[in-house]
Unconditional design. Structure first.
Length: 440
């Protein structure tokens, strides 16, 4: 059975990789994994917020099935037993966890053979074993290498789940805090900014949506001026670069220990991140910068074949069943995701062309976040926004033809010539919503 390492970034959008065509970021080791493995160009999350997405990754389920919508509910009981790590343990794997757990307040540390997880958001201002200052990403790197050393002579296969804090901000309103060793990286360059971060798109969403919206409030502290936007995008990219360097150290350690020939590596993110689009910072909403993420699967036994880029839609709920399939263990029937190994083996098989997106939020005086539901069908997208959990109180709707408008500039909702498309996607939205809620 293969060893499996799952690496999860926090808030890394799909295009924060040089292999994605981004000429302003350096990610050589992630690019190497993608070039020698399988790179999914259209990977998405079904809910764009850390706790909910992480619960979906662990369980292979949409949020309305696993029932975790915020930060205060734990995965426990049968639900915990049916997560991919515990299913692997049941079938003979040594399991480890490092980094930000991010779901509820009760850490399942006793269920793991190796546990270096932490609750809450954690801090980039960490300490090493000698109590010396160290960046959190670098500390996580040391824990990864320690775990690999512990497994080099083991007789059992292992599964290690690593959840980085990077490139998430720290604090509230939040600041990007990369490792100071990378302070000079990108310093002499001007990075590209998203076209929809221009002020002419700030009214793209109606005033009822943006007024006191936490996404607009946080934009004011991160991207409100050209100089702020340049500085903070560079810091965001440095945080991603730090992860990339840790991936390089991991690859070196696997080779040194002789584990490289039988260790699968999966890399993704819990959600994307607005870098100023529409005057937003954060995630939550249905735009591609918020819901589209990187996804790489590297299997050393498949490097001899032609490297693949796969364009079919992959979801965060696919990760758990895919890991179990790779290990040759049964996939619990309650998982709603698909086994991506089938698609890797044959890209001509029938595959999904649509998925449901959901983010339900109960706003408070401090955090006004309109809730979202919608559907992506092939290269078309429909999203609706409503206040809190009141699905009848629709604030705003979006309809896009992503083939001709990939940056989501031209909202087609309510335009007579697109009325048939609008109705078609609304019907599909109701269908996929029912599937997401299925208890079977």
């Amino acid at each position: 059975m293969p060893n499996i390492i799952f690496l999860l970034a926090d808030d890394q959008r799909w295009d924060a990789l040089s292999i994605a065509g981004n000429k302003h970021i350096e990610t050589p080791f992630l690019d190497k994994l993608a070039n020698q493995g399988t790179y999914f160009t259209n990977a998405y999350v079904t809910t764009s917020i850390c706790a909910v997405s992480r619960a979906s990754i662990l369980t292979g389920q949409y949020a309305r099935k696993h029932g975790i919508w915020g930060f205060d509910k734990n995965i426990e009981g049968d639900q915990l037993t049916n997560t991919y790590p515990l299913q692997l343990k049941k079938h003979g794997y040594t399991i480890g966890f490092i980094g930000k757990y991010g779901v509820g307040y009760e850490l399942p540390s006793k269920q793991f053979d190796y546990w270096k997880g932490f609750g809450g958001q954690g801090s980039f201002k960490s300490k090493d074993d000698l109590d010396q200052p160290i960046h959190l990403t670098k500390r996580i790197e040391g824990q990864i290498l320690e775990f690999i050393d512990l497994q080099k002579d083991a007789q059992k296969p292992f599964s290690l789940s690593v959840s980085f804090k990077a490139p998430h901000v720290e604090g509230d309103p939040g600041y990007f805090l990369p490792d100071q060793h990378y302070d000079s990286l990108y310093s002499d360059n001007e990075v590209a900014t998203p076209p929809t971060s221009s002020s002419k798109y700030f009214d793209h969403f109606p005033k009822e949506f943006t007024q006191n919206n936490v996404a607009r409030n946080r934009w004011e502290t991160r991207f409100a001026t050209d100089s702020m936007q340049q500085a903070n995008i560079k810091k965001y990219y440095r945080l991603v670069h730090g992860i990339d360097q840790t991936v390089g150290a991991l690859l070196k350690k696997l080779k040194e220990t002789g584990l490289d020939k039988n260790t699968i590596i999966i890399y993704s993110s819990d959600n994307g991140f607005y870098l100023g689009e529409y005057g937003f910072a954060g995630k939550w909403y249905g735009s591609d910068p918020s819901i589209r993420v990187p996804l790489i699967i590297y299997d050393p036994k498949n490097t001899e074949r032609t490297p693949k880029q796969i364009n079919q839609k992959a979801l965060n709920i696919d990760i758990a069943p895919t890991i179990l399939a790779m290990a040759g263990t049964p996939i619990p029937s309650r998982m709603q995701g698909k086994d991506l190994t089938r698609l890797i083996a044959d890209t001509t098989i029938s595959w999904r062309d649509r998925f449901f997106y959901e983010h339900i939020w109960q706003s408070s005086e401090r955090y006004y976040i309109p809730s979202t539901e919608g559907v992506v069908v092939s290269d078309k997208k429909y999203m609706r926004y409503f206040k809190d959990k009141d699905t009848a109180n629709i604030i705003f709707e979006e309809l896009y033809d992503l083939k001709h408008d990939p940056e989501e500039k031209n909202n087609l909702i309510g335009k007579e010539e697109f009325s048939a498309l609008e109705q078609e996607l609304k019907n599909t939205y109701r269908e996929v919503r029912a599937f997401a809620a299925s208890k079977e």
